[in-house]
Design a protein around this ligand. Structure first.
Ligand SMILES: [Cu+2]
Length: 133
């Protein structure tokens, strides 16, 4: 017993139904739609959380905002030609002390969640924020 009508006709009929119900049936996208807005991939845009390292370069903390886990070890690399520190602005939560040019130091992030602004004690205009969460 053959099909009552060719498979192609069935497919066309189904596509027509989908076109009619396009706004209510999300499953109707049949591949070659060519709508134009198919590529909406969510871009991962939080490189700051990729590592627990702060680089000091050109008198700036890079990244200026770093998010870490409570008690995380954070490495600070000084790529400038002058000595810097990374020091909590209040409460003395953390302090690398002097980091000579080309050297690095490590400090331990606070064990409590919150935002912890820090600075360089030698160059107070240098600012950054450590977020613990
Ligand atoms: Cu400095």
């Amino acid at each position: 017993m053959p099909f009552p009508f060719p498979a192609g006709a069935v497919r066309l009929a189904a596509a027509g139904a989908c076109a009619l119900a396009l706004t209510t049936l999300p499953g109707c996208s049949d591949g070659g739609g060519g709508g134009g807005d198919g590529a909406t991939e969510p871009a991962s845009r939080s490189p700051a959380s990729a590592g627990t390292q702060v680089t000091i370069k050109d008198f700036t903390f890079q990244p200026a905002s770093l998010t870490v886990s409570p008690g995380a070890k954070v490495t600070v690399v000084n790529k400038d030609s002058t000595t810097h520190t990374l020091t909590a602005s209040k409460g003395g939560s953390f302090d690398t002390g002097d980091i000579a040019p080309g050297r690095s130091a490590t400090f331990t992030a606070p064990s409590t969640a919150g935002d912890f602004p820090y600075t360089c004690t030698i160059h107070p205009f240098m600012k950054g924020t450590l977020t613990v969460e």
